[in-house]
Design a protein around this ligand. Structure first.
Ligand code: DX5
Ligand code: ZN
Length: 216
């Protein structure tokens, strides 16, 4: 079943409890964007915010690391209650395998992410070592960007490969996702949809989440 993961980056930080409640009530996963100002040209939030959410979260925490040297922070994210941890292949390169197994060694699900300019085939050698894959449908760094249409073909190619290997790995899609494209994304093989602006900037976040679950 399709899972909806609202991105806290687009939440109202002054009234964070209200937005956390929306995820608890209507969505499936908390998507937490961690940016370091070096891997991406933006800084988001860190452990104090993740920990505060963790204390009241009734849904799994999925942290998306957009940081250099992601392996350095794996243990720390485990200790604040994150159960799905993903990092960018571009930030790890030859340390990808060891970072994936480090994440799993703490009992978390390990996810591997690529930006839209990285060939989807880059993920193929790692499919046996990941619990989910994350395809960026915008360039990592900022919320509110326009969805990149070539993502559909990338999802389909990745899905085909996953199935041909007899694996069951959900494909998460992140960036510019809304009720307008959710159905088509699910159709080509997406299993988890990350949505920031289209949920938290919507007049009715509950309705936006529900609309994304319906195939259009
Ligand atoms: C971008 C982040 C996304 C972002 C999505 O670097 O990884 O999770 O918050 O925001 P929207 O849904 O507004 O594109
Ligand atoms: Zn993200």
């Amino acid at each position: 079943m399709l899972k909806i993961a609202p991105s806290i980056l687009a939440a109202d930080f002054l009234h964070l409890a209200d937005d956390v409640e929306i995820v608890n009530k209507y969505a499936d996963i908390f998507h937490l964007d961690i940016m370091d100002g070096t891997f991406v040209p933006n800084i988001s939030f860190g452990f104090p915010v993740v920990e505060a959410i963790s204390k009241v979260a009734e849904k799994p925490l999925d942290a998306h690391l957009m940081i250099v040297e992601p392996w350095k922070y794996v243990e720390r994210f485990a200790s604040v209650g994150v159960s799905m941890l993903s990092f960018h292949y571009e930030a790890a390169l030859d340390k990808t395998n060891e970072t994936l197994s480090l994440i799993r060694s703490f009992g978390m699900k390990a996810g591997l992410v690529i930006n839209p300019d990285v060939p989807v085939e880059t993920l193929f050698p790692y499919l046996g070592e990941v619990d989910y894959v994350l395809l960026m449908s915008v360039f990592a760094g900022f919320g509110g960007q326009k969805f990149i249409e070539s993502t559909y073909g990338r999802i389909a190619r990745l899905k085909e490969r996953i199935e041909s290997e007899g694996l069951d790995i959900p494909i998460e899609v992140d960036g510019g996702v809304s009720p307008a494209n959710a159905g088509a994304l699910e159709e080509v093989g997406a299993g988890i949809l990350v949505a920031g602006s289209s949920v938290f900037r919507a007049e009715d976040p509950e309705a936006a989440i529900k609309a994304m679950r319906q195939r259009i």
